[in-house]
Structure formats: C-alpha cells, structure tokens
Design a protein. Structure first.
Length: 295
C-alpha cells in the first residue's frame, strides 16, 4: 500500500509471503520441483538427466536407461501418475516399503496378456515427495530385486541392460525394451552415461511369450525381444506334428532389438510349435512356444 506505514496487522501477511517465496525457491531446483506437467523433450531431458546420473552413481543403472524409461512411462512428465504422485517409473506398491517412497497411489493402468493384447486394470503405485526420490527408488528397486540381477552384468551396455530388465518381467508390453532402446538412440541419451561403454562380445539373448490359444482363421503376431552382435541374424521356424523345424522368416540383427512373425491359423495348426533362433559371433539362443487352435 503505497505511501502508508506498515502496521502490525500487515506483518504476518508479509512474513507468510516471505516464507512461501522461500519454499517455492527451495522446491524450484531440478531435483526438488514437483512434476507439474508435460515438458518439451530438450527441457525434460535437461531436467531429469542429473537425477538419472545420481541414480547411476548409487545403483549402477545406466543414466540413459533411466531417462528413456522416464520419458516413456511418464509421457515427458505429463502422465497423471507423475503429476499426482511424482512417479516417473510406475513401480507398483508391495508389502515391503521402499526407503524412498512416501506412500501409494491407486490409478488405472494398461497391462498386456500373453497374446500381447492390452487391457485396463486398477493398480497401486509408489508415490514420492520429490522427482529425485522417484529416480533413486528406480535404481534401488532394480538393484535390490533378485530377478534383475542379470542386468547389472551389463551396466556398460544400456541396450543389453534394458533387454535383461524386460526379460526379467519389468513390463508386460512385448515391445517395451525396443521402445526404450529407440528413445535412447533418438535422443542420444548415452551421452549422459557415466560408465564407459563395454566392447566385449556378448552371448545373444531372445525372449517372448510365444504360447498362444486363438481361433481358427485369426492372424497371430508373435513378437520377441532380442539382443545380439550386429553380425548375427534371427530365424523364425515352425514345426508340425513333431516334424523337423522349417524356416519361415530370417532377418539381420543389425540395428534390431525386436523381431516379429505373423501367421494366420488353420485347423491344421493345432499343436504347431514356433520358435525364434538367434545366431551371432557370441553363440546362439532361442525361445519356443506352442499354438492351440480353437473353433
């Protein structure tokens, strides 16, 4: 109020305003700010990269993987779960609480069945006081969950790391690892990794849910996640009535982290065996399933 002396009745309001400005200043730092909504790619990456790197320092999760997962799972910070619970990774609540979470948040989520078909269901996810806590919990969760142990043999190879995380059951979407790797490459996220990239030859790996129960006449798409040296290849094969395997599709592994094969079912396909075989300089690997035809 211009030209008037401040009275005692105005002092509490000024003090409150000062405190509010101080608090806003505190939470305005990159690691403390509340997730306020979707951000442009460059802004989002610059915001979360330091938090992802801290996660790598403490838990050995490649920063590029954490950033790419946050991009995909939070929708560049715009998802409802991120805005309401500071959750960038959609880690579900369990009986044992994490030292980084501050509660649970229930929300509708998309899951995938054995055939790769999506459906919606309600689930409870961990919530956090700050975005930084979400990134730390992501590293803590992966590092301290036994089924993800194989991934940490590949902290120097982001593509293989997320392949192993997906293989261990992190996500039900059959395209998950492929999507994460595509984001890493598109935005050159490996520039944020603190661990030098490894150069050793790796044994190939392939996985996917190929068992299928479907109606005659339906076209089924079989999808696998794959990792192997670029000199390798993946071959899709089928076998009927216990007979020899027959090649039906072959593709190079160069730049490939998933592969698919489509087949329209006939009544003769009941009991059909299907497999994907990966061969590279590191060896061979395969995954197999069986088809049950109905109707």
């Amino acid at each position: 109020m211009r030209g008037k002396r401040m009275t005692g009745s105005h002092k509490p309001a000024v003090l409150l305003l000062t405190v509010m400005m101080f608090v806003v200043g505190l939470i305005g730092s990159p690691s403390q700010a509340w997730a306020s909504g979707k951000k442009p790619p460059a802004e989002f990456i610059a915001w979360v990269a330091p938090m992802a790197q801290q996660g790598e320092r403490e838990f050995k999760v490649p920063a590029s993987v954490a950033i790419a997962q946050a991009i995909l799972e939070s929708g560049w910070g715009g998802s409802r779960l991120t805005r309401e619970a500071n959750s960038f990774f959609g880690i579900k609540c369990h009986r044992k609480q994490s030292p980084h979470q501050n509660g649970c948040h229930e929300i509708e989520t998309r899951e995938y069945d054995a055939a790769g078909e999506p459906h919606l269901e309600m689930a409870r996810f961990r919530s956090y006081a700050t975005p930084a806590d979400s990134f730390l919990d992501h590293g803590h969760f992966l590092r301290n969950t036994k089924r993800y142990r194989a991934a940490f043999k590949h902290s120097d190879n982001p593509e293989r790391f997320i392949h192993e995380v997906h293989k261990a059951g992190y996500a039900t979407d059959p395209n998950y690892a492929h999507m994460i790797i595509s984001i890493i490459h598109k935005y050159d996220l490996s520039r944020f990794d603190l661990t030098p990239r490894g150069t050793r030859v790796l044994a190939p790996s392939v996985f996917g849910r190929l068992d299928r129960r479907a109606a005659v006449g339906s076209t089924q798409k079989f999808v696998v996640s794959v990792h192997g040296d670029p000199d390798g290849s993946i071959t899709w094969q089928v076998s009927r009535d216990g007979g020899a395997w027959r090649d039906v599709r072959r593709a190079s592994l160069k730049g490939a982290y998933r592969s698919s094969y489509e087949h329209t079912l006939s009544s003769a396909d009941h009991g059909l065996r299907i497999r994907a075989v990966v061969s590279s300089s590191g060896g061979t690997a395969s995954v197999e399933g069986r088809v049950q035809v109905t109707g």
